[in-house]
Write a protein that binds this ligand. Structure first.
Ligand code: RIB
Ligand code: CA
Length: 312
């Protein structure tokens, strides 16, 4: 039976690749996409989620809009990385269908209420606001959740949007603290792993050579994401952070990590959003998170990802 999956997302170039990979993977049944303000404002992330499912030829996949701002703090966006559209680099058509009228939280709760124990998984690709709100509003439904996989955090690598914080956690540290303390099976795909797992130089040409809308969109997105990233990070190619979190769900054998205690800094102005990883077990705090540190074969990983997305 395919694993039932809800993808919470703020598309975002790397979110788009993660969604395409999920929809191309028979191991998973995507029950719906829930959107959150993150890379760009909520209205844009929501329209982008519709654009990506329609590009994938899966217009029936429902998109539910969620939180338009973090729990406590002012919204923070990353148009400097993703452009104003959030998925710059391709001439996206206007979505053919609207997103659902039902709020993301109501969709999540309704889904969990009728679910068997430990049967619904969550892939969280943006600030964790929606998941935190779910856990606060329906704690009695936490036992219906099979596992949570988040793209977020950084420890050995430092931060990418503050010196000590990765973007998804920095935007809503209080939400991340709630999710990391929930006691639900949790895996984090941090920039410790993603920043060292870059796309192959041939990718853009390989996607363009497909001669399909998927190929054109993926090539265009990578061209923008790569050029922009090159200016900021100096790397020739870029890590598809969110797609690597989805890839771990499919091919965990290509990754290495450690079950650790991970806590979120929410008070310090200097290090707010830091993911503090007890990698060497210096405390007796609960080992609440599988912290992924390495991809053991990036070339094989991205080859497998390309083949699945190209086959959509
Ligand atoms: O730091 C990378 C993360 O922040 C990715 O999920 C990217 O899409 C942005 O949301
Ligand atoms: Ca994202």
């Amino acid at each position: 039976m395919p694993e039932k999956l809800i993808i919470d997302t703020d598309p975002g170039h790397d979110d788009a690749f993660a969604i395409l990979l999920a929809l191309a993977s028979p191991e998973f049944e995507v029950l719906g996409l829930t959107t959150v303000a993150g890379n760009v404002p909520l209205a844009v992330t929501t329209a982008n989620a519709r654009r990506v499912v329609e590009l994938a030829g899966r217009p029936e996949v429902r998109v539910f809009a969620g939180a338009e701002r973090p729990l406590l703090r002012a919204p923070m966006h990353a148009a400097d990385i993703h452009g104003d559209s959030g998925i710059d680099g391709y001439d996206w058509p206007v979505p053919a269908r609207p997103h659902e009228a039902e709020h993301a939280l109501d969709f999540m709760i309704r889904t969990l209420e009728t679910a068997a124990p430990a049967s619904i998984s969550f892939l969280v690709l943006g600030p964790e606001t929606n998941i935190a709100l779910l856990l606060r509003r329906a704690p009695h439904l936490a036992d219906r959740i099979r596992r949570i996989v988040v793209m977020g955090g950084g420890f050995f690598e430092g931060g990418n949007y503050a010196p000590a914080a990765e973007f998804n956690i920095l935007v809503d540290p209080e939400a991340a603290a709630i999710v990391f303390a929930a006691g639900i099976e949790l895996t984090a795909m941090p920039i410790d792993c993603t920043n060292r797992t870059l796309t192959p130089p041939s990718w853009i040409g390989d996607f363009r050579a497909l001669g399909t809308p998927i190929g054109a969109a993926c090539a265009g997105m990578m061209e923008f994401f790569q050029a922009n990233g090159n200016r900021k990070y100096g790397t020739a190619t870029r890590p598809l952070h969110d797609a690597l979190a989805m890839a771990w769900m499919i091919w965990s054998e290509l990754f290495a990590g450690r079950q650790c205690n991970v806590e979120i800094e929410t008070n310090s102005e200097l290090t707010r959003g830091a993911t503090v990883v007890d990698w060497w077990y210096r405390t007796d705090r609960p080992r609440n998170c599988l912290w992924i540190r390495d991809c053991t074969d990036p070339a094989d990983l991205y080859r497998r990802m390309f083949e699945r997305i190209a086959g959509l």
